[in-house]
Design a protein. Sequence first.
Length: 256
Amino acid sequence: MIHTHRQLLSEQSPDRQSRQSLADLLKDEGITKLMATPVYQENQSVMTKETILAQTREWQYTLKQQAFPVEIIPAQYVVVTSQLLDDIKTDRILFINQTSGYLYVILPDDQLPLYLDHFIYELQREQITPVIVHPEQSSFFYQYPERLYDLVRHGVMVDLSVWSLLGEHGKKVKRFSEQLLEANLVQLLSLNVEPLAMKRLTFKRINKLLSKALSSVELNYFETNSEALISGDRLRLLEPMRVVRKGRRLVYEGKF
């Protein structure tokens, strides 16, 4: 499982107290790797690639001073726009752990861009693998899950939020998350460990709930893929099943 923090990095370097508070949280929860994932959106983002890397080094130094072996992994949640390919070519975009070849992408909630297939094709031509962030929360994918299947079939990875699976975003999202897992349309699990998100449940409690929701084989699958994502290795893939929505039910139409 990947631990993420969207607010870890900001326009201004965090103060010493903020760093200390987070260091204490990570130590208490036994987290040894944390992915910083500020959101990048064209013409709106002030966190440049250089700023992210500089602040990552600052955090790493702070944690090293605490003699606590936590690795801060730089990344971005990138909002897909028609100009994103240009931003990639001009080196404005940060891939997961800088050189892994994986890129987190955020898609619009209500529809897919007409240029999406071309965008994915161009990424893959450059040996870049897109990872869709939390599609289980998308109203479009909820209505048309077969489009997510099409994307997975063509080499796109899917990252599902642990909070969704545990029901923190409502029963509908929880059930949809379970259905995507059943259809082998999820390759990665991530947990947002921002203070507000962690307020209700401890990490120990989350692990206990996950052990009930997933088998040991499934947990090992996601753990293996998390490590592969960070190191830039090939993820393990399960054969996906095509699903379509008929009313409130999802119908499994078999495997390709």
